[in-house]
Design a binder for this molecule. Sequence first.
Ligand code: ACO
Length: 333
Amino acid sequence: MLRYAAISGTGMYVPDRIVTNEELSTFVDTSDEWIRSRTGIAERRIADSTETSVSMAVAAARTACERGGVDPSDLDLVIVATYTPDQHMPSVASLVQNELGALRAGAFDLNAACSGFVYALSVGSQFIRAGTAEKVLVVGADFVSRFLDFTDRSTCVLFGDGAGAAVLTASDEPAGLLAADLGSDGSAGQHLTLGGPERYVDLNGSNAVERAFMRMNGPEVYRFAVKVMGETATHAVHKAGLTFEDIDLFIPHQANLRIINAAAKRLELPREKVWVNVDRYGNTSNASVPICLVEAEADGVLSDGMNVVLVGFGGGLTWAAAVVRWTRGLLDD
Ligand code: ACO
């Protein structure tokens, strides 16, 4: 018999601190008008010095476990999609596993930039479908503001911090991931980067410091995103044996409202089938898709029996789409 990986609980966390476009324009050469008209973003949440990718991931994961009726001690696996870990080692996933008391769980981080949550959902679902896990926690968490250059107006206005999580449990009924499409084009990786060593010892033995910042070729990433979102969503829908007529809700990575609208237009999706919250959070990277899942369900837009398409794109460059059958409420009964 086929096994499925139902999404039985979801959770999200965003910092309390709201930074509006007006506030940004007091110290960056930008304006509310420019940011709204070019991106659709009005405000974003920015973490404070007490918050980390781990703390945000733990908060979202706790809610997902509670809502899914899963005791963390029963989890078999914790996967955290992030490109802003608190440190290179230990992984965010290991620290989340410890904080939750998921004592039986294996744990690892996955980096596919902003496509990471959809990648992680696919990986976690494969463990369940193969019969090697019963309960898997998948988290997307990023503290991107740590890596923003607040003198670079072309990047710093776009991002916010946050985390989202989903608990997957084995099911015999068609539920959770029905199909996925994952892709990467490393030849275009230079258009979106974060990194290089932050600190290293040079040949003379002295410390050199080089801060790691997010750098982006906005127009290149924009063109890539519009093209790839439609393509990957179409591949995933076909792999699921469905057509777009069967799709009830489209949840795109929340990077820019213009990108979302252009992709939806290519797919001929009506506005009411496309979930948007980029206005309130900006681009929360790996947290963006799971935060949308939480909010769409809370809003009553996402309900049982629906087929949902999730799409991510980002650094790598990478892309990913998943077709998910939503049954969370059925599991509440
Ligand atoms: N405020 C005011 N002016 C600005 C700002 C700003 N914040 N940023 C750029 N400008 C200016 C530029 O300097 C430029 O001025 P110029 O014409 O005098 O040179 C002008 O606005 C137009 O700049 P463009 O870059 O051409 O603006 P565009 O319309 O392309 O919008 C944007 C830029 C919003 C960055 C867009 O290209 C975009 O959204 N790209 C994709 C970003 C994205 O999706 N990233 C995903 C990352 S996912 C991940 O994995 C991290």
